[in-house]
Write a protein that binds this ligand. Structure first.
Ligand code: ZN
Length: 234
C-alpha cells in the first residue's frame, strides 16, 4: 500500500493528459466530429479540476494535448466480469496504448483513448474504463456537439479513476451511494439533490431515482474522492 502511495500522482507537478480520438463506429458523422475537435474543447475539464483541487488547498496544473486520430480500434473490452477476461484485456489494452502512443514534448501523465460513436446508431455506450496501472483509459463518448458537456464529465470521471478514485454509484441500481456519491449529503431535506459527486455523476431525485448530470457546473469532488487521489492526506 505504501509503495503504491509513493507511485501515486504528485499533484505539484503539471499533469499532461494525452487525448487520442478514435472513430469507433467508422461512420461519417463520427469522422466529421473528430475532424472539428480542438484541444480547447477540453479546457473546461482542466479548469473544473483545478477549481475542485483548490477546495483542498491543492494548486494543480493540467495540460491537455490532442493527438492525431488513431485508425486502429482499441481492443474490445470483455462483456463478462471474469477476472481472467479482464486481465487479458488490460494487457492487450496496455500493449495497444504503448504501440500507438505519440510523442509530445512532455511525457504523458495519463493517456486517454476516446472512442467516439454516432448517437443515431448507438443509443447506449459500454462503460468506460481507466487503468491506474499504466495510467491509460478507454473512454466511450458520443460524437455530437449536444453531448459535449456530458462528454467532459465522463472524461473528468475517467481521469480521476486513473489517479485512484473509485466509483460511487451502485452498479445494479445505478443510484449514487449515500453519502459518498452525493454532492450535498447533509442537505435538508436530502431530496432532490441539485448536484452530483464526480465519481457517481448522478444527481439523486429521491432514494430510487437519479439522473446523469448535464454539465460540469453541477459536479463536485467530495472528500472521499479527494482522499483517494491524494488531494487530502488520509
Ligand atoms: Zn467509473
Amino acid at each position: 500500500m505504501n509503495a503504491w502511495k509513493d507511485s501515486n500522482q504528485n499533484w505539484k507537478n503539471p499533469i499532461f493528459v494525452m487525448l487520442y480520438p478514435i472513430n469507433a463506429d467508422g461512420s461519417i458523422t463520427t469522422a466529421q466530429y473528430i475532424e472539428q475537435l480542438d484541444v480547447q474543447d477540453f479546457q473546461p475539464i482542466s479548469e473544473f479540476l483545478q477549481q475542485q483541487a483548490q477546495q483542498y488547498h491543492q494548486s494543480i496544473t493540467i495540460y491537455f494535448k490532442l493527438g492525431s486520430e488513431i485508425k486502429q480500434l482499441t481492443p474490445q473490452a470483455p462483456n463478462s466480469s471474469s477476472v481472467l477476461g479482464i486481465m487479458l484485456w488490460s494487457l492487450k489494452f496496455r500493449y495497444y496504448a504503448w504501440r500507438y502512443q505519440q510523442n509530445f514534448n512532455a511525457p504523458a501523465s495519463l493517456s486517454l483513448y476516446l472512442n467516439f460513436y454516432d448517437m443515431k446508431t448507438h443509443s447506449v455506450l459500454q462503460h468506460s474504463t481507466a487503468l491506474e496501472k499504466g495510467r491509460v483509459g478507454l473512454v466511450n463518448l458520443f460524437a455530437s456537439a449536444q453531448q459535449h458537456d456530458q462528454n467532459q464529465i465522463v472524461i473528468a470521471h475517467e481521469m480521476l479513476h486513473a489517479f485512484g478514485a473509485t466509483d460511487k454509484y451502485d452498479f445494479i441500481s445505478n443510484q449514487p451511494i449515500y453519502p459518498e456519491g452525493y454532492a450535498d449529503p447533509d442537505q435538508q431535506p436530502l431530496y432532490p439533490q441539485h448536484r452530483a459527486e464526480l465519481m457517481s455523476g448522478k444527481i439523486a431525485w429521491n432514494a430510487e431515482q437519479s439522473k446523469m448530470a448535464d454539465h460540469l457546473n453541477q459536479i463536485v469532488v467530495r472528500n472521499q474522492t479527494a482522499q483517494e487521489i491524494g488531494w487530502i492526506k488520509p
